[in-house]
Design a protein around this ligand. Structure first.
Ligand SMILES: [Zn+2]
Length: 215
């Protein structure tokens, strides 16, 4: 069992029926838990995909903000895995009888990834994949380095190139796979929309998205 034995908020020991939780029942009740239909509805307002999953709303919750920080900037991979499982554990994924499902983490720019040593979306995807028993396509998308090529370009060209922040990566999922994009935080939905259009241009079908939190 990889789940932590203490509540992340009050540090109380978790009891046996709380084994799939990150916080104790009392603390989780206070969280803006968005797993299920409410979260899906809020996500669809920002990016209209068939199926959406999210964990919680980031605003006004210090504990959860700290969790995201620990995950993003302190390299806590295990935390990504746990939270990925937490989001996926409650919600369902469509039955694979229709078509295979595959998870695609939103990539980080390589330089940022190099500095951090990991991509938090990879670890959230890993956690969700454990719960749903589906594969993760780690290099389906790629984030090219636009900053270098900007030198000497006109403003017009620069804005054109930043429009395509993502590209199809070295190993996209096989044809027919229904893709679920995975990211840490959904803000405007622009990232998910950009990734969707890159994948759809390559004849991949994007079924939906899973994020840990909603900003
Ligand atoms: Zn607690």
């Amino acid at each position: 069992m990889v789940f932590p034995r203490h509540c992340i908020e009050c540090n109380r020991w978790l009891v046996s029926h709380e084994v799939w939780q990150l916080g104790c029942s009392l603390c989780e009740q206070q969280w803006p838990d968005l797993r299920g239909e409410v979260g899906e509805k809020l996500m669809k307002e920002r990016c209209d995909l068939d199926r959406m999953w999210t964990g919680f709303r980031l605003r006004d919750n210090v504990t959860l903000e700290h969790q995201i920080r620990a995950l993003k900037y302190h390299g806590d991979r295990q935390l990504g895995l746990l939270w990925g499982r937490w989001v996926a554990n409650v919600s369902k994924v469509p039955k694979p009888s229709m078509a295979p499902i595959g998870l695609v983490p939103v990539p980080l720019h390589w330089r940022r990834r190099w500095n951090r040593g990991f991509n938090q979306a990879d670890w959230i995807a890993k956690g969700a994949a454990m719960e749903w028993n589906v594969p993760v396509y780690w290099r389906a998308l790629f984030r090219p380095d636009h900053s270098r090529s900007h030198t000497g370009f006109s403003r017009k060209k620069r804005s054109d190139s930043s429009a395509s922040a993502y590209q199809l990566g070295a190993s996209p999922p096989p044809q027919g796979t229904k893709i679920i994009l995975v990211d840490d935080v959904m803000t405007t939905g622009a990232t998910l929309r950009a990734c969707t259009s890159v994948l759809e241009a390559a004849d991949c079908e994007v079924l939906g998205a899973l994020t840990l939190a909603l900003a």
